[in-house]
Design a protein around this ligand. Structure first.
Ligand code: SF4
Length: 209
């Protein structure tokens, strides 16, 4: 079981190819400029979901490349995460990409069997806290202090391309009266977004006159 903030069955902006994404609820860090502050609350604001349910949804989606686990902090739920990783590896060919506010060295230093299992059976880890000043629009990374670890050989040949791509996309899902953003925004995005909404609102007001 995992306690999630959100999940989407298909996105193109958080890892290679089209991917299923889960956002785990709860994080102990408080990075200034965190794009998901609602996802930091521990034990509230989320919902429980079983490994079986996630696996069934994964299998139901055609043409996925992998699953991305973001947060919140995925490794605060290491046991549930290990259960999910084991099930994905046993039942699919999908790759596994993880985000964590802890560095790889910090995770290994915990000497936790579930954490070690997850690291041994995943393909990519993007690690470290988010530092707003180092947000340079680098693909997959919120800020350039974060490192992309190629834990398996699967994407190692693409390392240079990935590290030299300074271009990110965002996706917006409008569903049941709510708007959800997927991806890592550029520095100062919130102010730009608010300004764009305001300009559009003013435009429509003028049109109505
Ligand atoms: S580690 Fe991630 S989720 Fe946690 S506070 Fe930092 S940016 Fe937010």
């Amino acid at each position: 079981m995992l306690y999630l903030y959100h999940r989407e069955t298909r996105t193109k902006v958080l890892g290679p190819g089209e991917r299923y994404v889960i956002w785990v609820q709860g994080c102990k860090k408080r990075c200034p400029g965190c794009i998901n502050p609602e996802g930091r609350l521990e034990g509230q604001n989320g919902y429980w979901i079983s490994t079986e349910k996630i696996l069934a949804e994964l299998k139901n989606e055609q043409g996925l490349m992998g699953i991305t686990v973001s947060g919140g902090e995925p490794f605060l739920q290491a046991h549930g995460l290990a259960e999910l990783v084991k099930s994905i590896k046993e039942n699919t060919q999908l790759d596994i990409m993880l985000y964590s506010g802890y560095t790889l060295a910090e995770l290994r230093a915990k000497h936790d069997k579930d954490i070690n299992f997850v690291l041994e059976h995943s393909d990519i880890l993007v690690d470290g806290e988010y530092i707003e000043e180092l947000n340079n629009n680098t693909i997959y990374r919120g800020s350039d202090n974060q490192e992309i670890h190629f834990l398996s050989p699967r994407y190692r040949d693409f390392k240079d391309i990935i590290y030299n791509t300074h271009n990110r996309d965002l996706e917006f899902i409008s569903r049941n009266g709510e708007l959800f953003m997927i991806g890592i925004p550029e520095k100062g995005f919130e102010a730009k977004f608010k300004r764009a909404i305001l300009e559009r609102t003013n435009f429509f007001k003028e049109e109505e006159k």
